[in-house]
Structure formats: structure tokens, C-alpha cells
Design a protein around this ligand. Sequence first.
Ligand code: AMP
Ligand code: GLY
Length: 413
Amino acid sequence: MKVLVIGGGGRCHAIVDALGRSPKVDDIICTPANAGIARQARTASVKDTDVEGLLALALAERPDLTVVGPESALAAGVVDAFKAHGLRIFGPTKAAAQIESSKEFAKNLMTKYGIPTARFETFTDYEAAAAYVRAHSLPTVLKYDGLAAGKGVVIARTEEEADAALRDMLLDDKFGEGKVVIEEFLEGPEFSFLCFVSGREVTPMELSQDHKRAYDNDEGPNTGGMGAYSPLPFITEEDRQYALDKIMRPTAAAMVEEGYPFCGVLYGGLMKTADGIKVIEFNARFGDPETEVVLPRLESDIFDLFCAIADGKSVSLKWKECATLGIVLASKGYPDAYEKGFVIEGLEDIDGKVYHMGTAERDGKFVTAGGRVAIVVCEGATVAEARAKALAEIAKIKCDNLFHRTDIGKQGI
Ligand code: AMP
Ligand code: GLY
């Protein structure tokens, strides 16, 4: 079987790696791939938002299945275009992907169907938004409505901070013309609940947790994610069942009711608050870096799973009884400005998985080519054991311009 994977970061490297474990798959094409993926798949250089280019590639290659990694490709309408040409593809349509691409859509859906989430209000007018902030308690959460690469959320602790963010979002149109969702501030541990969804059918994956801040003890700026692990000892079976029955299943059913049946991975970004589990956000795809720690635990054939979901059938999953923990190696300076092109040595010596995020190859050597460069994922009987192993393995890597967190998984230890 031939599979086309759209997207080229660590998440797609983990997907390519999982597909490679399927005895049915003998040809994988990935676009636009990084240097690590290029060791495990054929590559192309079509951008993940170039719908025409991706369609041309698929019509020439005729894959048995296409898998979409990033939200940008979904929001660009890749799934709709492929389906219109009779190509089998794993991922939601552009309309269903609104659950991620439009915060207002997601919030209205949750309100209408009684799915627990933070209280909110949507604004297009700066004056009205500023008045709402003055009338409510701080901290408050301001979310730009649209895809802003993780940078569209501001947690304002003072009125001045809130005002500056509202000016950016509504007066200066820093991310483009748009709306702002103002939300009640919630507190508690966050976790990621990824589920395979096909219409009303919801099949949960194992839980995982991302670490968004750049430095240890959750200090520093927000990033695309500095590490992840699975499973999560602080989420009880009762919590998980609640999240499945009161959040994930009703959301999938609501999407069907609304005329946007969802197909693919529905990612619940959830928070365990003193007042119960609530939705922080939904994503319409695999999480990054959660995928890099969840898929190595999956024993089922992922090719069969993707095909079954794409064909509207139900699936069941088998998991390895172990913990996995991944630590991201990022370029010094990330998430702000950073330099590229530093040689990385030792990646081949790691006893564990190395999923490349932003790498290139120069004279047969891997070099840094992005903010997040690679993630090292190790297994253990416990989260603590997996972390000790990942830290020990990372010590083998030599590069002049990388940093990583040392406390990934601390809530799980
Ligand atoms: P989002 O893009 O909606 O996932 O928000 C990014 C991050 O901001 C989340 O992972 C949370 O850490 C934080 N956040 C978002 N909404 C809230 C909220 N209502 N209360 C507290 N923190 C939040
Ligand atoms: N790990 C956060 C995300 O994938 O959006």
C-alpha cells in the first residue's frame, strides 16, 4: 500500500514511523519533509497549504491513503479537494475543521450542546471588548479568533495588559482582521485527549500532556510544545470516562447534528479544574508533540485504523503497557529569533525514538533548520523511568546551539 503524508514536522515523522511499522505499507511519500523523515520515506517539496500542488502530487502518485498532519492544510481545504477527486484521505473537511480554526464556532457549539467550557463572550469592537474586561475579574483570557500559530492567546493579569492585547487584536489587526473571544480564566492541570472520530463514533487514545512554556518550572514564553508524556497518573479512570462521555462523544454528535460530521483526530485540550473537567480548546488533528509520545505506545496497525476511519467504520485500539516521554531539543533563542545551520551529532546513537522537527541535511550531516529541532522519546515502566532515560540519551547529542527542558513529566512523577 502507498500512503501520502502531508506535513513535515515531528508529528508527521511519528506518523511516518508508525505507518512504517505496518506490514501492509511499502511506500510512503511525505511532503514537505524534514531530513529525518527523508530517511524513512520518499519526499516531495509541496507546501502543506498548496492544495492544487498536493492534489497534483496525489493524482500523479495515486496513494491508497492520504494522512493530513497540520491544521493549516485542513483549513486550506485539502480534504475537501481530495474527496472531490475520489481520493481516500484521513482528516476533517474544512467545515468540520472549524472546531479548531474558529474559536467562536467551537465556543458556540459547546454552549448549544452543554459541553463544559470557560464562560465567554465574542467581540469585534474594541470599545465593547474593553468595557467587558473592566466589568469582569482578572486575570482574563483573550483569544484571537483564527489560526495564529499558538500566539493568539493572551492571559492578561492587569487591565493594562488586557488593553494592549485588545489593541493588537482589534485596532491594529496584528493577526489580520478578526474577532476576539474573551474568556473566564480557569485553573488546574491541562491534558490532551486525542480521539479517533468518525461521525458519532469516538475511539479514545491514551492520554498525554504537553509542556508549552520554554523553560523549566513552566517559565518563559509559550512555544509550540517543549515535551510530552503518556500516560497521566493524575487523571483518574473516572475523569477519563467523564471526559469521554460528557465532552468528546457529545462533541462528535454535535458536529453531526450541525451538518459538519467530523472524520479524523479530534483533540480535546482539557483542564481538570476544581469545578470539573472543562474544554480549553479543540483541535482538528493530532497534537504536536503529543503524537510523538502516543503513537509509539500504539500496537494496532495504524494503516488499518486510518483507512477504517476514512471509510466511516469503527475501530478498536491496542496499547503497550508502558510510559513514554519525549523531550524537545530547540534552537537557543526559540520561540524568538534563533540561528540555523548548526551540525547535530549523535542522533543515530540514541536508544529510543528521535523524531525530527526542524532539521536539514548538509554534507551527509544533520543540521538545525527550525526553532524546534527534534524530540527524543524514550520508554519506561513509569514516567520517571522514561524521563531518566530520555535525559541520559539526550546527553549523547552534540550540538552548539540547542537547549531542552529537564522537568518534562513532573506532574506525572
Ligand atoms: P489555546 O490556544 O486556546 O489552547 O490556549 C493556549 C493556552 O492558554 C492553553 O494551553 C492554556 O494554558 C491557556 N489558556 C487558554 N484558555 C484558558 C483559560 N480559559 N483559562 C486559563 N488558561 C487558559
Ligand atoms: N500540543 C499542542 C497542539 O498540538 O496544538
